[in-house]
Design a binder for this molecule. Structure first.
Ligand SMILES: Nc1ncnc2c1ncn2[C@@H]1O[C@H](COP(=O)(O)OP(=O)(O)OP(=O)(O)O)[C@@H](O)[C@H]1O
Ligand SMILES: N[C@@H](CCO)C(=O)O
Length: 323
């Protein structure tokens, strides 16, 4: 469930009075998502998503997220566009929470991505990286090496309850990744950092929009590509699908050619991307009280992905070589 804050009708009407969007016709909570309270709002003029930012989103980060959506939309990327109130602001308050309205995007997310979907994704990810250039605000990636070490410390001594040996495996992997990441100097800029299938909309076979920029930050572009490979290119049974990986990498490379350094670093980046989601899922798994109405995501899915990447000696392991 992702409606943590219920909005009374009179509060909604007072909120909407600050905008030129007409009056509410319908207002429904959206069950999908876990971070924030999201509502689908239909007014006499259009459809919008109204989001109340809950405790996991830092208030200080909201100008980065909302400003980024404006920057990307202005450069032709199809992503939610923040709606300005009559006073020009995009961030307001509703029911004691920071709140913003964004435009509604048509499309549905694909449960079973094909290589064709992965190719569309590769193209869109490169377009996102290009469109992000020149965005003036900065947000370091809180979920890079230092964030992984902090999460691992939180889970230490408890992860073996999820699967035996997990504590030691995480410690060994971080011993490998911390110096490996410190030695990287790759092209960087704004990345999405959470571009999973549920954040990418399609109309038919064509990608129609990207959503959920609440992990966006500054980091290596190829790390974003590695996050996508993990999220899109493994089959439901856990096996890596080289046709999907090749489609993703080739489409990205055609739109934003990867450097030799990015290609050489790819297995390391993929390991980093795997431990990042392994750790956040693990800590959520350990710390979410039984019965909480939040979907718990499986950390072991990412342990299997990590093991796959540990065997990869070069990008060829992903079914692709640079042309
Ligand atoms: N601009 C939009 N247009 C259409 N639908 C949207 C839009 N933004 C969000 N949604 C819908 O709301 C759902 C939840 O949104 P979102 O993924 O941003 O939530 P969240 O709480 O940040 O969740 P999570 O981080 O877990 O994915 C999406 O799956 C989608 O169905
Ligand atoms: N995409 C994340 C969850 C929410 O951001 C995951 O699958 O672990």
């Amino acid at each position: 469930m992702a409606v943590y804050t219920e909005v009374p009708d009179e509060d909604l009407a007072a909120f909407l009075a600050a905008y030129d969007v007409g009056e509410a016709v319908s207002f429904k909570g959206i069950a999908e998502g876990v971070e924030n309270s999201n509502y689908l709002l239909v007014t006499t003029t259009d459809r919008f998503i109204l989001t109340l930012y809950e405790k996991r989103v830092e208030r200080g980060d909201l100008p980065f997220f909302l400003g980024l959506l404006e920057h990307l939309s202005a450069r032709g990327l199809t992503c939610p566009q923040p709606v300005k109130a009559r006073d020009g602001s995009v961030l307001k308050e509703l029911c004691g929470r920071p709140a913003a309205m964004v435009t509604f995007l048509d499309g549905v997310w694909v449960r079973r991505p094909t290589p064709e979907h992965c190719a569309e994704l590769g193209h869109a990810l490169a377009a996102l990286h290009e469109a992000g250039r020149g965005f003036p605000l900065k947000r370091p990636n809180a979920l890079s090496v230092d964030g992984w070490l902090a999460l691992a410390a939180t889970a230490r001594g408890r992860s073996d309850a999820v699967t035996p040996g997990l504590d030691a495996l995480i410690a060994q992997e971080l011993d490998h990744l911390a110096p490996a990441f410190a030695g990287l100097d790759l092209p960087s800029g704004v990345i999405h950092a959470d571009l999973f299938p549920n954040n990418v909309f399609f109309l038919g076979d064509r990608l129609s929009g990207l959503i959920d920029f609440y992990f966006a930050c500054d980091d290596a572009y190829a790390y974003d590509l590695a996050i996508c490979l993990n999220a899109w290119c493994f089959d439901p049974d856990g096996g890596y699908d080289p046709a999907k990986g090749a489609a993703l990498l080739a489409a990205y490379h055609a739109a934003r050619p990867l450097s030799e350094a990015e290609i050489a670093a790819f297995p390391t980046l993929a390991r980093g991307a795997a431990i990042r989601f392994l750790l956040t899922r693990l800590v959520d798994w350990l710390d979410t009280p039984p019965g909480a109405m939040v979907q718990k995501l499986d950390p072991l899915e990412y342990l299997a992905k990590l093991r796959f990447h540990q065997q990869a000696e070069s990008v060829a392991a992903y079914g692709w070589t640079a042309p």
